[in-house]
Design a protein around this ligand. Structure first.
Ligand code: MN
Ligand code: MN
Length: 323
């Protein structure tokens, strides 16, 4: 792959120490113009879709802070993302903390500009409802596939009467709106008590491949990777990483924890196994710093942003190279 010179680079830690300077994602420059980047790192500080414990609105700021631990090269794949692509911190999407509908509209408009400028978004939430306006912005032309890490399927229908939008509904809405191809969707790590025996009917009958935590343990990581790759195939795909897919031992700072989840090492292995897919965007959501004063959940979030960013950089470079 051709190396591009003059790309944005993180602040050199040998010149400004990691604890210094203004915290941007990965210590990259803040470049608000999406036309100047291939991959836009974006915060979406909004948790208006949260039904129980709020706090994910504070995710982007803490993930930015903890992302100062990330260095420049992936130690396994040896992907050097900043050599492969122009990557910068675009800032935060605009939100309205007291109006759900207005927030969805604002987020969609922002991501539409990013998409039309030709940049691939990698976002830090925010709760999982933010993925819906992002998909509305980037998947209108054709439905995308999805690799979805989560304890929850997020395919519920209505809440508190007839409300269609919560962080438990984004992927049902995305299928209904033709943004998401359920047959190219794989959900990994699903578990926990459900409201009724029919809760998983939509995901399963629409054709989503649901890998419950129990099956994950039975199959093992390599077979889960192979299955995810088979389901998603060669078409465009999005990665959505809900930090509650991890066991709360590893990521306690989240609104809806479920025991018996993925370890950080298992999830790292699965994400790395997605290299080579035609990825067109991603997000890390549901990091809720108020529930984790240690800061570790934000570090986990930053680390998975780095993992996904490496995959995106490789995909961007592959598309630019025309193969
Ligand atoms: Mn979720
Ligand atoms: Mn979840």
């Amino acid at each position: 792959m051709a190396q591009i010179s003059g790309n944005p680079e993180p602040v050199d830690a040998a010149i400004v120490p990691r604890f210094g300077a203004i915290p941007t994602f990965m210590r990259l420059p803040h470049i608000p113009d999406p036309a100047r980047v291939d991959i836009a790192l974006i915060g979406v500080p909004w948790d208006g879709g949260t039904t129980n414990r709020a706090g994910a609105r504070h995710g982007p700021r803490e993930i930015r802070n903890m992302s100062s631990f990330m260095r420049k090269v992936h130690h396994v794949s040896r992907i050097a993302p900043y050599k492969l692509a122009r990557i910068a911190d675009l800032g935060d999407a605009p939100v309205n903390p007291i109006d759900l509908g207005d927030s969805l509209a604002r987020i969609e408009r922002f991501f539409k500009q990013v998409h039309e400028a030709g940049a691939v978004p990698l976002s830090a939430g925010g709760d999982h409802l933010i993925t819906l306006p992002i998909l509305r912005a980037i998947a209108r032309e054709r439905p995308v596939g999805l690799i979805h890490f989560d304890a929850h399927s997020d395919t519920n229908d209505r809440y508190f009467g007839n409300n269609p939008y919560t962080h438990g509904t984004p992927f049902r809405r995305a299928v209904e709106e033709g943004l998401l191809d359920p047959k190219r969707t794989v959900q990994i790590g699903i578990r926990g008590s459900i409201y009724s025996p029919e809760d998983m009917d939509f995901a399963e009958s629409s054709g989503m491949r649901v890998i419950y935590m129990e099956e994950f343990c039975r199959l093992g990581e390599e077979k889960v990777i192979a299955e995810a790759r088979r389901v998603v195939g060669q078409g465009p795909a999005y990665v959505s990483f809900d930090v509650d897919g991890l066991d709360p031992v590893f990521a306690p700072g989240t609104g809806t924890p479920e025991i018996g989840g993925l370890t950080t090492r298992e999830a790292q292995h699965i994400v790395r196994g997605l290299q080579g897919l035609d990825l067109v965007g991603g997000d890390v959501v549901e990091v809720s710093p108020p529930f984790d004063p240690s800061g570790n959940t934000a570090l986990v979030g930053a680390s998975f942003m780095f993992e996904i960013m490496c995959l995106l950089a490789e995909a961007v470079a592959r598309r630019k190279g025309g193969h």
